[in-house]
Ligand binder design. Structure first.
Ligand code: SF4
Length: 454
């Protein structure tokens, strides 16, 4: 009998085109078009809309039985025509889904054919092969960002700017990151920039293509930058957009972990000092000192917390490091998306902090929940898809990462830098304290009352 070693039950990640859509939402004037069955774009639209609390437009080529058997070229061309007519985009990001890839659609050929037939000018079209089975939303994010740069960044040269390539960060995190970069007085291109497109303000008129996003002209110039900072320490070389710029144009690359916790944030600041020639600005010095103070305030309580973290590899690694820096007892660090770099990085943390915990990659919620209960976890940090562990086992969950459907404000949440790390640490420690105080009498009774009665 076949042994299904890789069978996932309730996977702890979203599918690849979800990540692709997120990247296209971070490019100025871009519309996303999914080539495949309609349900994929509905599923993805629904997840993005409830996480960011914004109306989300994603078009679909709506492949039906005929298109599946005879090829979907007609559907895709019709969809491209409608998107151009209805949205007037500068860029169309065409992504594939499982169905289109399974029938072997050559989307680049279909798109080029359409542009020739219809004599379309003034619209760029980026094609990304992103079947759901090709990887997680995490892989979809970096792979798509790389494909976008391969499409636009075609020349090298010299510029004073640096590139800043972000992973699955919230719009709030990206706005905070921009403030940090501005304090160092650096000129930069940030990509993909969802800080406005997926967290805009209220407008009377609905804007189908919200303002913001990385301008195409800046994407085209990214090969000329004097350096790239990429927040993607766990991503493979083959999927890394920064590795493409380095290999194609010799742009020096600084691959950094998500700046969460003191050590990772210090790493970012040291890199910014190298690139700007400036010491840490006073405002950030003060934020660092305040964060250190918060760590001292927290440590006598956080040491009582038994922490399990789940999500994408970058956030799992970063939040695990924050937990260990602050004395939490690590129980489980589990990534839904696969990452060859995550387990060695977590092992290095075990050695650094003299501890041992359960490390998982390419895992599912069934496996995570099993380890969470057997290790006595009393604090969970991860997406709202893990909320069933609160319902089933009563373990509180701090919602971070993607997706967060059952709370508002995920798009504004800041967990990077000294300021964001402090916010997250406070939330973690307060959750441990709330658990302790809320169940203080019950625990006393269980531990001592029953023993006495017995
Ligand atoms: S896994 Fe495949 S079929 Fe399911 S939503 Fe994703 S792309 Fe569509």
């Amino acid at each position: 009998m076949k042994n299904f070693v890789n069978l996932n039950v309730n996977p702890c990640n979203m599918c690849m085109p979800m990540g692709a859509a997120g990247v296209f939402k971070g490019i100025e004037g871009t519309m996303v078009l999914m080539h495949g069955s309609q349900g994929c774009s509905t599923y993805i639209r629904r997840h993005i809309a409830t996480h960011y609390n914004e109306p989300i437009d994603i078009a679909s080529s709506s492949l039906n039985e005929k298109g599946t058997v005879y090829g979907g070229s007609e559907n895709l061309k019709k969809a491209l025509k409608n998107v151009i007519k209805l949205y007037g985009p500068k860029v169309i990001g065409v992504t594939t889904t499982c169905l289109a890839e399974t029938i072997g659609e050559d989307i680049r050929r279909i798109i080029d054919e359409f542009f020739l037939e219809e004599k379309i000018v003034g619209v760029e079209c980026v094609a990304v092969s992103s079947p759901g089975y090709g990887g997680s939303h995490y892989r979809g994010h970096y792979y798509t960002a790389r494909k976008v740069l391969e499409h636009f960044a075609k020349t090298g040269g010299k510029s004073d700017k640096i590139n800043v390539i972000v992973g699955c960060m919230s719009p709030g995190d990206i706005r905070h990151l921009k403030e940090i970069l501005d304090l160092y007085e650096l000129e930069y291109t940030l990509f993909p920039d969802i800080s406005e497109t997926l967290d805009g303000g209220y407008h009377r008129e609905y804007d189908r293509l919200p303002e913001g996003g990385t301008p195409v002209a800046e994407l085209k110039a990214m090969g000329k930058a004097r350096a790239t900072i990429e927040f993607g320490a766990m991503v493979s070389e083959a999927d890394s957009p920064g590795e493409y710029l380095k290999a194609a144009f010799g742009v020096p690359l600084y691959r950094l972990p998500l700046p969460v916790g003191i050590e990772h944030t210090d790493q970012l600041m040291e890199t910014l000092t190298i690139l700007s020639g400036r010491d840490m600005p006073e405002k950030l010095e003060k934020e660092r000192a305040r964060f250190l103070d918060a760590m001292i305030d927290s440590h006598k309580y956080s040491a009582e917390g038994h922490l399990s973290v789940f999500g994408d590899p970058e956030s799992v690694y970063a939040i695990t490091a924050l937990g260990l820096e602050n004395g939490f007892k690590m129980c489980v660090a589990g990534s839904g998306p696969a990452s060859e770099k995550l387990i060695p990085a977590l092992k290095a943390l075990e050695t650094e902090y003299g501890t041992v915990f359960i490390k998982l990659e390419d895992t599912d919620f069934e496996t995570i929940a099993g380890h969470v209960t057997e290790t006595g976890t009393d604090l969970l940090v991860g997406s709202s898809d893990g909320a069933f562990m609160t319902e089933k086992y009563g373990i509180p969950l701090i919602r971070t990462g993607f997706p967060v459907h059952d709370r508002i404000g995920a798009q504004r949440k800041i967990m990077i830098g000294y300021f964001g790390s402090m916010q997250l640490l406070d939330e973690m420690t307060n959750t441990v304290l709330a658990e302790k105080h809320d169940h203080f009498r019950k625990h006393l009774f269980t531990e001592y009352g029953q023993a006495k009665e017995g």
